[in-house]
Write a protein that binds this ligand. Structure first.
Ligand code: ARG
Length: 555
């Protein structure tokens, strides 16, 4: 079938283990499109398919499913290779791609809040997953350092700044100034005009305003970095919006000359008349006062990314409310640079809600500060560890609390479908049972404790694996799927697949460990089971690390 699209002919884990380990349902569609009998096509395919080295005879089921069951030998070979350190059940890309990932991207002079945590954690995890699979990644923190908020901030800074308060908590002070002037603007038109003129002065290069702006950026970055340090997150680049200022005018000019943007009521606007969902949503690229905006800046940013790194994909991680912005941006860029060839991907996520199902806020309705949230996570984890293990030295308990507390927040963010809203709940995320960070971290400590018991007895490498117990077989087959899951994570930008996989892995390991003695076993069986423990520990560790979680020896 020379015309068939083989990229859709997939073999995937079989949803029902009783039918096989892997399954393909692709032939039915293929048969239908070519007006063939699906079972006959399946029979022809099976006749030509040579998978005898790794599979039992392939079974045709139902209307034309192919079911594959792995030979234990093949499974054993894969485990032997992994035990020797030849692979860890995944393959790195033969054709590495370059991917730019834009995440976190908070706004200067505004405190980072829980909404920013999702972007930071998701983006960083995606970067790790791409890198694990051998791709090259450029991470860029597109800080909002050039918005209209600076007009109001400048007025506040010049007239009401409290230097002591600034020294104690710079973002809180800047937030106070912003709110103060913002409400003054609502009451008094004069203040608004004043704020606008400060902004114009800043944008036209006034030295005093630029110096204040610089200081605000410095102070904000300092606090952002503190949070990034605690989350263990970093960036290759931090090119804020202001980095693109000099290019904005040129972008608008090009769009106008190419006939993409047109004048409408003094502004430069792009209409998407032939686009079905954007028809009603024209994009402004230059306001009537001549100022460029978020869209213009993002066009210049994307151009810069294309020119600097020639990526095959650019990923933006923000909340779902920016969907329209990115649809417009991508469509606009396609028109502006029709042959760019990059995959433009808006990876959006839902909101974090409080117990009451409303946006997560403090009791008095303020947004929740990230730093306070991280403190509370660590404190709660510390109390839990202290209750369970009062004899560990305090310093060790603090260390564990940091790993578990921060890990719990991250894992809660990563383990759900990112597009669903999720309810922030301390008890759920810190629970020792269920799909949580503490459960997985604890599973890891159990594996580590097996090896502590071994003392300095060295591990022997098995020459093969008998896998004669059902639990061993299930665990081994699950280990083998690690690579498939990682690929799915980067294809769909969904780290929750990895969370689910690790949760299941921990479950399979628990039943293996319950039913198959390890340290009490003898000879080859003991060697093989120890190797299974070790491989599970390695996969768990690599998986958790990809999710940005640190592990601990004890909990
Ligand atoms: N600063 C923006 C915000 O907080 C997010 C920026 C996302 N990245 C981008 N290239 N537009 O809403």
């Amino acid at each position: 079938m020379p015309d068939a699209d083989v990229s859709s002919v997939l073999v995937r884990p079989c949803p029902e283990p009783k039918f096989g380990d892997y399954q393909s349902n692709a032939l039915m569609g293929l048969a239908k499109r070519n007006q063939l009998n699906p079972r006959e096509l399946a029979a022809q395919v099976v006749e030509q398919l040579d998978v005898t080295d790794c599979c039992e005879p392939v079974k045709i089921a139902g209307p034309g499913f192919l079911n594959f069951r792995l030979k234990t030998n093949a499974l054993s070979d894969a485990l032997v290779g992994a035990a020797k350190g030849e692979h860890l059940f995944y393959r790195t890309a033969t054709e590495p791609r370059t991917v730019v990932i834009d995440y976190s991207s908070p706004n200067v002079a505004k405190p980072m809040h829980v909404g920013h945590i999702r972007s930071t954690i998701l983006g960083y995890t995606l970067a790790k997953a791409f890198r694990l699979l051998g791709h090259s990644v450029v991470t860029d923190n597109h800080i909002g350092d050039w918005g209209t908020q600076f007009g109001k901030l400048l007025v506040g800074w010049k007239e009401h700044l409290d230097r002591d308060a600034l020294g104690r908590d710079a973002l809180a002070e800047m937030e106070r100034l912003y709110k103060l002037i913002n409400s003054a603007c609502e009451e008094d038109e004069i203040v608004l005009i004043h704020a606008r003129s400060e902004l114009v002065k800043l944008q036209s290069g006034d030295a005093e305003n630029l110096a204040i702006w610089d200081e605000m950026i410095e102070l904000s970055r300092h606090q952002f970095d503190e949070i990034y340090g605690r989350l263990g997150v970093d960036f290759d680049e931090t090119l804020g919006e202001s980095f693109y200022n000099d290019r904005l005018k040129g972008v608008v000019d090009e769009l106008v000359t190419q006939g993409i943007a047109e004048e409408s009521e003094g502004a430069q606007v792009v209409f998407f008349n032939h686009h079905k969902s954007l028809k009603k949503h024209p994009a402004i690229v230059q306001k009537s006062d001549g100022a460029a905006n978020y869209t213009t800046t993002d066009l210049a940013t994307l151009e810069h990314r294309q020119n600097s790194w020639q990526p095959s994909e650019v990923i933006y991680v923000t909340d779902g409310r920016q969907q329209l912005h990115f649809q417009q941006l991508f469509e606009l860029y396609n028109r502006w640079k029709p042959s760019h060839g990059m995959k433009l991907n808006h990876v959006w996520f839902g909101a974090i809600l409080g117990e009451d199902g409303r946006p997560f806020k403090t009791r008095s309705g303020e947004i929740i500060r990230l730093s306070g949230l991280l403190n509370e996570a660590e404190q709660r984890a510390f109390d839990a560890v202290s209750a369970k293990n009062p004899d560990l030295p305090e310093e060790e308990r603090r260390g564990i609390a940091c790993i578990v507390g921060i890990g719990a927040i991250k894992y809660a963010d990563l383990s759900g479908n990112r597009q669903s809203d999720y309810v922030f709940n301390w008890d759920t995320m810190l629970a020792l049972v269920g799909n949580t960070a503490p459960y997985l971290l604890y599973a890891f400590t159990r594996i580590r404790s097996i090896f502590r018991k071994l003392g300095d007895e060295s591990l022997t490498q098995p020459e093969s694996f008998a896998l004669s117990h059902a639990e061993e077989l299930t665990l081994a087959k699950h280990l083998l799927r690690f690579g498939l899951v990682l690929e799915l994570v980067i294809d769909e930008c969904r780290p929750n697949y990895l969370c689910n996989y690790l949760y299941e892995l921990a479950g399979h390991f628990a039943s293996f460990y319950e039913n198959c003695p390890v340290l009490q076993a003898e000879g080859d069986i003991r060697t093989q089971r120890l190797a299974l423990c070790d491989l599970t520990g390695q996969v768990l560790n690599t998986g958790l690390e990809t999710l940005g979680l640190e592990t601990t020896e004890r909990m």
